[in-house]
Write a protein that binds this ligand. Sequence first.
Ligand code: EPZ
Length: 439
Amino acid sequence: MQSQDKLVIEGRQPLNGKVSISGAKNSVLKLMGAAILTDSPIELRNVPQLSDVSVMSDVLRHLGVTVTQKDDVMIIEAKDITRTEASYDHVSKMRASFIVLGALLGRHHEARVSLPGGCSIGKRGVDLHIKGLQSLGAEIQINQGYVEACATRLEGREILLDTPSVGATENIMLAAVLAEGATIISNAAQEPEIADLANFLNAIGADVSGAGSTEIIINGVKKQDLHGTTYTIMPDRIEAATYMIAAAGTEGNVLLENVIPGHLNSVIRKLEDVGAEIITEGPNALRVIGDGRFEAQNIVTQPYPGFPTDLQAPFMALLTTAEGVSIITETLYENRFKQIGELNRMGANIQNQGDIAVVTGVDHLTGAQVKASDLRAGAALVIAGLQAEGTTEICDLHHIDRGYEELVSKLSGLGANIQRVPFDESGVVPASQDKAAVE
Ligand code: EPZ
């Protein structure tokens, strides 16, 4: 797969049929980091083949860890960690790799991990990660863009997060697994990926309770208590919701398999308010039926269980043709409205000031050449292209490749007219790859 490729979509084909949802990107990346807490082999199943997973594999290999992947099964063996450093090259490609800080500190009591810096969607500080690890007894210095952490011993503490950061909750959890005594994280992130991480940690011998609520308790265990396991990654709720929105937007009828409906409550509610029908078909399947009626909605992004920021752009694409005026407020990131310019090029009517976007519904979108600026903005353009009249060409696909496994074959399987073609076939000048765009 070449990142210089482009997607070519002929819109207005209703999506129909079944699609199986892959393992969750935002879970597997953290479980890969957690796997290095033990020197025993870990087998992860339902691992999606994504560029972010490859980057994380490289980060672990750089530490001396063996990582092999065949189809959706990954084996990680951290017998000997030969380095305790994650370089700028790695962390600047993917900020999720910052999770090795907590794991290395927990296992080796030392780590040198590049600061991720800002990224294409916002400032995204790591102050809460650092404060949390300091509370556990780590000495931390920032030196030449690196977080240098060491500890003679880590001791459990009560840590109150200023904001329920997903990454900070996870980094503290990993460092606390091998700390002495109990760590209590209050105002913890409640995202399902946190519960998946806790379930994995317990499966390797850790003692974590409360994950998925605002208070997580980690009772420290000894290194020798940790062991290998086989663990299946939970389904990707953001990928699932992206297909749900696309199904509604194309007036389709799609059965999503391998989903956990309870993880999707906020998006189910909004899709129903828009006018789509959502039917639960068994414990792991949902049907979405769009009947072409779209009513404007107000959306405010919130930490889980609120409406996810990662679906703000995809949902905006749906609302471009809703009847009435929708107001979307992005509360998590300063710069996550980059899809607006591209959607307006397709005929949408979206005004934006600060953290608010006002979407005035139009009759229809029209295909255009557009550029993905980040992962979820890219997903929004795919949804818009599926809804639009005529041909949409989307470039800068390296963003989309980070988070959507087999996007083209899954959408084609649902009847979409979508192809991935090399960029130079079109005569369009390739857009430069935005190296700073890291989610
Ligand atoms: C995770 O990022 C996800 N990434 C993001 O998904 C997602 O948007 C985000 O959680 C919120 O749900 C992964 O899991 C790999 P945060 P994370 O720490 O952990 C501020 C996608 O598209 N903050 O919960 O980095 C921060 O600036 C990606 O798949 C601090 O100020 O998110 C943000 O405004 C994009 N200081 C807010 O908290 C800190 O120390 C939430 O960030 C940490 C965070």
